[in-house]
Design a protein around this ligand. Sequence first.
Ligand SMILES: *Cc1c(COP(=O)(O)O)cnc(C)c1O
Length: 435
Amino acid sequence: MSHLLFGTSQLTEDGQLKIGGCLATDLAKTYGTPLFVYDVAKIKEMARGFKQTFTELAVPHKVMYASKAFSCQAIYQLLAKEGLGFDVVSAGEIYTALSAGVSPSDLEFHGNNKTPDELTYAINEGIGTIVVDNFYELNLVAEIAEAKQQTQQILLRVTPGVDAHTHDYILTGQEDSKFGFDVKSGQADQALQQALTHQSLQVAGVHCHIGSQIFDTAGFTAAAERMMALLIKWREAYDYTATILNLGGGFGVRYTETDTPLPPQDYVTHVVSEVKKLACATDYPLPIIWIEPGRSIVAEAGTTLYTIGSRKDVPGIRKFVAVDGGMGDNIRPALYQAKYTGLLANRALEPATETVTIVGKYCESGDRLIESIDLPHAEVGDLFAMLTTGAYGYSMANHYNRNPKPAVVFVEDGQSKLAIRRETLVDLIMLDQQL
Ligand SMILES: *Cc1c(COP(=O)(O)O)cnc(C)c1O
């Protein structure tokens, strides 16, 4: 199990989980459970890992954290300090980032159906980049910027026909996607031609994103190759030269033993060498390379602490162990059978004596966090730590069953700081109106 503990997470000699120098049991006592704990050192390590490789290779770059993975003021502050920019996908994420002091120029706005209100808000706030997804939006952005007599920097999102799945990638699959301009059918060419006619748009380059939780570099290099080929074609056909090539995110993380992600350095090295090779061969000015890691920045840094309550042993069938949260705070297992692992944070070194299913407290049979895990006999009051929950956990949290959302703490060097306070019952009725 210890090989699934990341960053500063470790077990003490008596089997207590410690993160950022703080005992999990102390954190649970201070803040209550369920509790999301983020290891600040691990987040910094990942952010620096991506940036450092670009810097060592002397390649102009920008690392944009895909903030949908985990969005709150504290994470924007932390990563802005690390020199990252941000991929945002709603007025809510833009507002949160700006309220945390992020410069609007460090934001890029993504989404397949940004509303007119959201686009107006983003442009009014001086957002750095809008990643234009479709023809409707292209005209809308041009109109809004023109009315303000502003020039808006945009990227064109294209689907290069590379669809990466966890361990491999396929060509052409991604054409059946709701995102972006399709390359093969000529939509992307058409989008560029249209965009270039608008005075209010400054077309800085192109974007693609080939998938998520990807473990090898082949899909990324294939995408880089196709994107460069497109840019080279556009230079010939339209005398257009891009300054930004955004290759998206999707770098894998380790949820269980069977996941085998590469270090950030490997992804960056491969992508850079592919882009450089093609740029060199065609005398294309090396574009600024952007990447958008989300999951890989925060997933492994996050741990969710739950208190164990009831059990139900169905003889010969299954042992259910229930925790005080579930699909309201970590919905990925219920949503798409995502696999996780965990441990008893207060006695992790005791030998496992039984195989159990970890379930939540929500009124859905599918509210299972971990289908099958070997643990010491779990008792009422034990602390269960679900590992690698830093991405798409809290950010997908919901109020199903009117359970308040958990608290989030950041830990570092033996100190813990509240990043998001626990919701109260009063918070739950804040928007309600009595009729
Ligand atoms: C979700 C998303 C990302 C981040 O993906 P991860 O798998 O979390 O790294 C990056 N770019 C775009 C456009 C996305 O939609």
